[in-house]
Design a protein around this ligand. Structure first.
Ligand code: PEP
Ligand code: MN
Length: 347
């Protein structure tokens, strides 16, 4: 159920409503908007008393049922766009402003598929920061199809990401593969990436959500949009409001590209949900020559951020070489994107 409060309620008035929701057997999730506060009450209505009685409370404007299977991620529960603010990097050379995902600026997250060495990561981080990226990507734990392929540097990779953050002021996003990594990765990362292969690993989602770190949830290889939104629901239902959805291409009959990048998810997910939408054009096509076109399309369709693979020498990359942009390719892309961002009303 959704309980919309009248404007300008004090914290104490909100708490009183929450206490009543709990007393009736539901879990309240408070969402504070600019104009008013909305409380999502989650629980099995067949087992508990009705919340309809709250409609008579002086603080309450309306009580209504959420029709969709996903509740807290839905626009019904939270009509305004959500924004995610990353804390400014501390102890950096550059004075970095906080990064806001879901706001006016289309956030550029860029970096190598895998962290390979200090030199590779630092060179890339400096170059992407210079060109306008504000988040550094890089996998330390890699979900490789074959066990004989490079699996990532693990904690050593995380340490290098932290070093690059300190040197450049970039925030860091990196993937975690299992519940065993959650604490370790959360220590180093500003955003936790849940990869396509783990998109419905619900226990991992819950554990990641509980760290309180922002979560980027990739779409699974064969995941329907509703399943993806429901997976996201696990994050919000575990009291972490900082969720973004990332489309990275799905499996179809098409073999020309590695995956089929489904840009239709941008308007659909933004209609259904208040959470920011990110596009990964690199896994999306699996080809560096398609990245620029995918980025332009994504910006035009309203993507809140782009997650782009960049490597100083893609031909020698230890993973995903064919789809990574060179440093020069990334610089060019950032220039080419400018008019598209302006046309879309973004910065
Ligand atoms: C990646 O970002 O390098 C990656 C492995 O992504 P995905 O989970 O989308 O395949
Ligand atoms: Mn990759």
């Amino acid at each position: 159920m959704i309980i919309v409060l009248k404007p300008q309620q004090t914290r104490q008035q909100v708490n009183t409503v929450c206490a009543e929701i709990k007393r009736l057997g539901y879990t309240p999730h408070v969402m504070r908007g600019v104009a008013r506060t909305v409380i999502g009450a989650i629980g099995d209505e067949r087992q508990h008393a009705s919340l309809e009685s709250l409609a008579a409370w002086p603080q309450v404007e309306s009580v209504s049922r959420i029709q969709k299977r996903y509740k807290l991620v839905s626009r019904e529960a939270h009509p305004q766009n959500s924004t995610i603010t990353l804390p400014p990097a501390t102890g950096t050379k550059r004075n970095s402003a906080p990064v806001v995902i879901g706001g006016k600026k289309c956030v550029i997250m860029a970096g190598p598929c895998s962290v390979e060495s200090e030199r590779q990561l630092m060179t890339t981080a400096e170059a992407v920061a210079e060109a306008g990226a504000t988040v550094l990507r890089g996998g330390a734990f890699k979900p490789r199809t074959s066990p004989y392929e490079f699996q990532g540097l693990g904690e050593k990779g995380l340490k290098l990401l932290a070093k690059a953050r300190k040197a450049t002021g970039l925030a860091v996003i990196t993937e975690l593969l299992s519940e065993d990594h959650v604490e370790l990765v959360a220590e180093y990362a500003d955003i936790l990436q849940i990869g396509a292969r783990n998109a419905q690993n619900f226990q991992l989602l819950v554990a990641a959500a509980k760290t309180g770190r922002p979560i980027l949830l990739k779409r699974g290889l064969s995941m329907k949009i509703e399943e993806w939104l429901l997976a996201g629901e696990y994050v919000l239902a575990n009291d972490n409001p900082n969720l973004m959805f990332c489309e990275r291409g799905i499996r179809t009959f098409e073999t020309y590209t590695r995956n089929t990048l489904d840009l239709s998810t941008i308007p659909i997910v933004k209609r259904e949900s208040h959470c920011p939408v990110v596009i990964d054009p690199s896994q999306g096509g699996g080809r560096a020559d398609l990245v620029a076109a995918f980025c332009k399309g994504a910006v035009a369709m309203g993507a809140d951020a782009l997650l782009i693979e960049v490597h100083p020498n893609p031909a020698e990359a230890w993973s995903d070489g064919a789809q990574q942009l060179s440093l020069e390719g990334f610089r060019e892309l950032m220039k080419d994107l400018k008019p598209f961002l302006a046309a879309a009303g973004r910065e």
